[in-house]
Design a protein around this ligand. Sequence first.
Ligand SMILES: Cc1ncc(C[n+]2csc(CCOP(=O)(O)OP(=O)(O)O)c2C)c(N)n1
Ligand SMILES: CC(=O)[C@@H](O)[C@H](O)COP(=O)(O)O
Ligand SMILES: [Mg+2]
Length: 624
Amino acid sequence: MDENKLDKIDTFYDLKRMNGEDLEILAKNIREFLIEKVSKTGGHLASNLGVVELTISLFKVFNFDEDKIVWDVGHQSYVHKILTGRKGDFDSLRKFNGISGFPKCCESKYDFFNTGHSSTSISAAVGMARARDILNEKNNVIAVIGDGALTGGMAFEALNDVGYNKTKMIIILNDNTMAISENVGGMSTYLSKLRMGTGYNKLRSEINRTLNQSSVGKNLASSLSRFKHSMKQLVVPSMLFEDMGIRYFGPIDGHNIKDLCEVLCRAKNVDGPVIIHTITQKGKGYDFAEKNPCKFHAVAPFNFESGEGNVNTANTYSKEFGKKIIDLAEKNSNIVAITAAMPDGTGLSSFSEKFPKRFFDVGIAEEHAVTLAAGMAKAGLRPVFAVYSTFLQRAFDQILHDVCLQNVPVVFAIDRAGIVGEDGETHQGIFDISYLNLMPNINLVAPKCTEEVGIYLEWALKQDYPVAIRYPRGGDLANVQIEPIKKIENKSWEVIKKGEKVAVIATGKMVQHAIKALSLVNDKDVNPEVINANFIKPMDTEKIDDLCMAGYRIITVEDNIVANGLGHSITTYINQKHYKNRIINLGYLEKIVHQGDVNSLYKMHGLSPQAIADNIIKLYHEGE
Ligand SMILES: Cc1ncc(C[n+]2csc(CCOP(=O)(O)OP(=O)(O)O)c2C)c(N)n1
Ligand SMILES: CC(=O)[C@@H](O)[C@H](O)COP(=O)(O)O
Ligand SMILES: [Mg+2]
């Protein structure tokens, strides 16, 4: 028995030759490797610890030189990465130019489909299965989806299609009763009833084993198996998946490699869609993560022995939002809060404890959350939907069709607006200004510092039209003197510092970058004006007129793509009014901003204080 099995594994080919106890040792080694590496880099630990045996079994049974697998969300694909030749790259996990925390086709031929946003795996896998059938190929296609991701509407749309059309594919439902927090919803309740059906499965195996010992018994067993379905219907409350046309296998212990391999082999031979319901434990094998899977869902680097990370006492935009919404809800009983499976990340956990009846976690269902909010607002409530910028993209049509066109006063608290860093391109919140700019009626505002979140929230909840408040991940820049706005009187932009010749118009946290840029140009004989575009929509066109007529050269700064962003709106306005002022738009020119730490990304994309300072100096002296 070799205790260092993982050292001998470079790809899954080595695993194919292993059996029984060796595979258990491999699982143990992979867990130790994951805990050690993620404690240094940070990342999605708990979900990966939960799928170690499942991933090993998949590689044992299938041949991924031909077969294809899609990992839903993809945050649990680390074991897959280890077994497909990327073990040596784990020191670079989620770093710039390093391996991604999600499947990436550009990284390995074994990553068949990029994921990051939830509930896409079944649709993508059905697509691959249909392509296989039309192209007369023979490979297996597998989607691995968590119980949390199964709450997303797209997953149901795909199940509806695959069951009806009888497409041959395997869906593995990895049920650990958790999304990031405790999983919610009717489907989650249904899955727990299925889990209780384990007793039924055990009973059935016992009966079969006993009866198969004699020939009379064998006949009885075969008759019994014909009644299997009806018997199961009696014991297990209902067979939703089977009734939809999808064969259901389970529940299976997702940490038992032997059972998993057996069921995967059976599923391989079914000529139609199969769902294998595996029960796993999130955080398995690392005591701290087992006890607190939510904390270890996505972690910053931590101490491997104590399970503790650096305690971050700094205020964040999310914390500030969480505090302020409670204050406001205490005064106004019509205020309700909605989250799509992100109560902790958005800062709503305390609200949920304080106002359980006014808090709605709808699961990973951003589209539903938006229309739900619209319905609530129409019927007299003041809903606030707190959501990450990147996930709100899901609900483009609901924002337009159900909220903006009808001018319904829903408040969107858009967290993680701007780059988020290590999660990379699927999670950067750099599109919301651009897509909300298109929409009628909605106002879009951005606090320039954490302290201002509450001021805009309070203001938003007084308006009779939709308002979106966008703010970034984390907190304020260190060592930047910033004076929070006192009150929002009208929608005019805030002049942070009067100056001449060059005006920097920044929005949100970029105002802090602009202020820092001032300290970098202090001794350069320049005196720029700095303006806070707190209202991205509507813009303060009077201020733009004043600046243009006074001959200012303008630099716009936003943590968003340039296309259809704040800078583009200002440029369009200037062109329409036939002003001839010089203008530079700073923002993301490429629409893919890769993973990395945020400060390096700001530098790389020209949004660091230094980059703003360089542009100020350039424009100041232009034409001299
Ligand atoms: C559209 C969308 N909304 C929200 C998220 C954030 N998110 C990432 S993982 C996750 C929970 C997923 O739970 P589950 O599928 O059960 O996987 P587990 O972590 O339990 O393995 C959520 C809400 C996301 N990735 N995509
Ligand atoms: C996989 C996923 O979508 C989430 O786990 C996300 O990575 C969380 O991001 P935060 O760490 O910013 O809350
Ligand atoms: Mg789960």
